[in-house]
Design a protein around this ligand. Structure first.
Ligand code: NAD
Length: 365
């Protein structure tokens, strides 16, 4: 298969971690006979340094010509970097919002998977963890409260502020379809999370999700109120497969779910539009505190590349090969500093740097 992959290495640890993901993709291409063609693009602080703006039209146009984009991370240390003396719309993070908008990325996928080997990093008790968990949050990314009509004013001598939570049925339908499609690639269960006992927008959400479910009789649908979901994630995370939810609920629940896994360096993510196109990136930031030291954990970016193979290119066995290679590297004891055992019990572990971890995983593909 021929695939055009855009690469936005970005700032901080971005170039180090994306280089490892490309290394692993090259190993997949060699083993399975694919042709991955990479095009590097600038975005964030490095684009400000070169062009004076975090996202250029050239980067957008180039991204639109790719089949998918792999991203590292953008941004710097807000206290010391000159990028943060610029107005908000010229700062590195504005590039991220701009590219999401330009590429019409409305679906955000955040897996939370607990590796058996990293159980010690999980803040939940053993009896809660049970056999572990493997869930994915499918969050609507471009509607709802964060994009609704807002107003701050004063009435009858009292200050007030309003943020409107609005969804139309089309916005709900397209994200629900994504969730059911994702479920078909997994254990075929969708739990739709809303606040239908209170909110009109949630009642519409629930009705439209049920309509979409009729086209997916092989996928089991359940509904859960968001407050209950927040509790269930820390009480019994193993019950979830795909969690489908609106923008703000997804923002909160995906951070909660990811913290249950314990390590930010392991968390991949994908943002998709209504084609097969997606932007794939680790959930963490540019980690300026450890940039350039070859100690960052590249696994989240490598797993984001696996998501790219699965969701943009339908290369299931190749995605499995990457995920299994990661598991193998962990079970053989290889660790970057951030995932050494926090209890201090590091017997049998081999501490490696970012680049070495990329080599080890590539060799195991
Ligand atoms: P961060 O995620 O960069 O770092 C938080 C902590 O986690 C740091 O101690 C860091 O060393 C550690 N960490 C993060 N990724 C790691 C990895 N792969 N391996 C090992 N340790 C890792 O969050 P922050 O410090 O709040 O933000 C730093 C910059 O990143 C800011 O400019 C922020 O805006 C930006 N940011 C960018 C993205 C993105 O590009 N999508 C996302 C979040 C934050």
């Amino acid at each position: 298969m021929d695939c055009k992959i855009g690469v936005i290495a970005g700032d901080g640890i971005g170039p180090e971690i994306t280089a490892q993901a490309v290394k692993v993709l090259d190993a997949v291409a060699a083993k399975y006979g694919h042709d991955f063609n990479y095009t590097n693009m600038l975005m964030g602080g490095c684009s400000i340094d070169k062009y004076g703006e975090p996202l250029t039209q050239e980067t957008i146009d180039t991204a639109l010509k790719q089949d998918a984009v792999l991203m590292g991370s953008i941004g710097g240390d807000a206290a010391t970097s000159p990028w943060y003396k610029l107005p908000a719309d010229k700062r590195p993070e504005a590039g991220l919002l701009g590219i999401r908008k330009a590429l019409r990325l409305f679906a955000n996928l955040r897996p939370a998977y607990l590796y058996n080997e990293l159980k010690a990093a999980c803040p939940l008790r053993d009896e809660v963890i049970g056999e572990g968990f493997d869930l994915i949050i499918v969050r609507e990314l471009t509607g709802g409260l964060y994009f609704g009509k807002r107003e701050t004013g004063e009435k009858d001598g009292l200050r007030f502020a309003t943020d409107a939570l609005t969804y139309n049925e089309e916005e709900i339908r397209r994200i629900a379809i994504k969730a059911f499609e994702v479920a078909r690639k997994r254990r075929k269960k969708v739990c739709s999370v809303d606040k239908a006992n209170v909110l009109d927008s949630s009642r519409l959400w629930r009705a439209v999700v049920e309509e979409v479910a009729k086209d997916y009789p092989d996928v089991a649908l359940s509904h859960m109120l968001v407050d209950n979901c927040a509790m269930q994630l820390v009480k019994d995370p193993g019950q979830f497969d795909v969690v489908l939810t609106e923008n703000m609920f997804g923002d909160i629940l995906s951070d909660e779910a990811s913290m249950c896994t314990g390590s930010i360096g392991m968390l991949s993510s994908a943002s998709l539009n209504d084609t097969k196109f997606g932007l794939y990136e680790p959930s963490g930031g540019s980690a300026p505190d450890i940039a350039g030291k070859d100690i960052a954990n590249p696994i989240a970016t490598i797993l984001s590349a696996a998501m790219m193979l699965r969701y943009s290119f339908d290369l299931e066995k190749e995605a499995d090969a990457i995920e299994n290679a990661v598991k193998k590297a962990l079970s053989e004891g290889y660790r970057t500093g951030d995932i050494m055992d926090t209890t201090g019990n590091n017997e049998g572990f081999v501490k490696v740097g970012c680049s070495k971890m990329g080599d080890i995983i590539s060799e195991r593909v």
